[in-house]
Design a protein around this ligand. Structure first.
Ligand code: NAP
Length: 250
């Protein structure tokens, strides 16, 4: 049995992780940590993998504490920057155990990971690409970490293929054209009734390809979380790994 502790267990995602772990026959929940609880109770003696779903302002601190305590961590909280990732790498270099692992996924939904992959593959065949992400109104960040990741993947693929910068209109109010991420325009919609959705629009003269991923329910993230927990528990992925594609045969 893989022993799993959940940090942020009273949250929407953390609560779903507790239920998914309880429903799996190869893992069990050991500790359920909420805001104000003592995270130092999670140790390698009681936990194989800690799953962290809290808030961007708490996540880095939680991960650094868990790494220092010798615990492997799977992280779903968003808001990671290169600077924060560097701090995690530095912590892992000084970790109590050499095989310790931290895994961070901007998105655990298989549909979203595949949409990213397909968008990056398609990007070099089109003159223009824009990303529209649509979420429930309570989402704290905008644009979503997933949309930023998609834009970066499109941009990287286009640079690698030697594509020219996108020639699209810059007229009008800059705010109406979305946030520009590595040269790709990203638009955020917040609307009652939505959960988590993303569209990538790719355009050429006279044609368009739309790639769309829809997460209708938090349940869509759970197979990805369990896949990450199982992979990290093997001890075969020491250090920092980012992105669920690392564990998918793409
Ligand atoms: P949520 O319902 O607000 O849950 C966050 C929980 O974390 C709350 O219960 C909060 O407690 C708790 N918390 C805050 N600071 C903490 C700390 N230091 N230690 C322990 N618990 C702490 O939010 P959510 O919808 O579950 O989302 C959580 C995160 O996951 C967000 O960053 C969201 O964007 C991200 N997310 C990622 C994916 C993915 O696939 N990677 C998918 C969906 C969501 P209080 O309410 O008492 O403060």
């Amino acid at each position: 049995m893989i022993r799993v502790s959940v940090v942020g267990a009273q949250g929407r995602m953390g609560g779903s992780v507790v239920n998914a772990v309880e429903a799996a026959n190869d893992m069990e929940t050991v500790k359920r940590i909420g805001e104000g609880d003592d995270i130092s109770s999670i140790t390698p003696d009681n936990t194989d993998v800690a799953v962290e779903f809290t808030v961007p302002t708490s996540s880095l601190g939680n991960v650094l504490k868990l790494v220092a305590q010798g615990v492997n961590v799977v992280v779903g909280t968003t808001g990671w920057t290169d600077e924060k990732l560097d701090q995690v790498k530095a912590a892992l270099a000084n970790a109590p155990r050499k095989d310790q692992a931290v895994f961070i996924a901007p998105n655990f939904a298989i549909s979203a990971v595949l949409a990213d992959k397909f968008a990056a593959e398609a990007a070099k065949y089109f003159t223009s690409a824009e990303v529209i992400e649509l979420h429930h109104p309570d989402k704290v960040d905008a644009p979503s970490g997933t949309a930023i990741h998609t834009a970066q993947a499109i941009s990287e693929a286009r640079k690698k293929a030697g594509c020219a910068p996108m020639p699209d209109g810059t007229q009008g109010e800059a705010a109406s054209r979305g946030q520009v991420v590595d040269g790709v325009h990203v638009h955020a919609v917040r609307l009652q009734g939505l959960n988590a959705h993303e569209e990538v629009l790719l355009g050429n003269t006279g044609e368009q390809l739309t790639i769309r991923a829809d997460s209708f329910d938090r349940a869509s993230f759970m197979p990805g979380v369990l896949l990450a927990v199982r992979n990290i528990a093997t001890g075969a992925h020491p250090g920092l790994t980012v992105g669920l594609d690392a564990f998918l045969d793409l």
